[in-house]
Design a protein around this ligand. Sequence first.
Ligand SMILES: [Zn+2]
Length: 186
Amino acid sequence: VVTKDQVNAWRSLVPTLASLPAAPKRIVLHWTGGGSSANATDKAHYHFIVNQDGTIVKGVWPVGSNMRRVNGTSYAQHTGGFNSFSIGVSFAGMNSPATVLTERQVMTGLAFVALLCVTYKLDPTNTAQLFTHMEAWTLHKVKGTQNDTKSDIDRLKFRPELGKADVGPWLRKQTSALAAEIRGLL
Ligand SMILES: [Zn+2]
């Protein structure tokens, strides 16, 4: 359940659509491969990191740094070949059994992703507008430097019934429901 206070607090982290050089075309979901909270490497590669306690951390590069045909290094490099006009959101964890993504973390993070979708008029049920790093390759065939080797996000310990190909659709479905809740609060 998303609260109005929570959404209002998050809105201070999210630039308005009008303030960006161009509209975001998609959001790519990741796990960090690191510990339970954002470290310097995580912050350098993602616009937002969802810590295991549900805190949303801003990365070094603002969303606007990717809202162009990117070149050089001054932007969040999160999905090779797919960084232009893309927002990268990552769940902190997966470097050990102790930092497996938790249900609270994922659901809180997806509510934040839902706010991004509402803010930027992205459809969370559209596989071109919200997908996982793994799906950059499995759905979209954008290989980049190593997208074909990435497994984020192909499993959720708290939803063991979901197979590799089921996780992306499940994440989109949850985000869509959360976006409807958020639209009702704004
Ligand atoms: Zn990734």
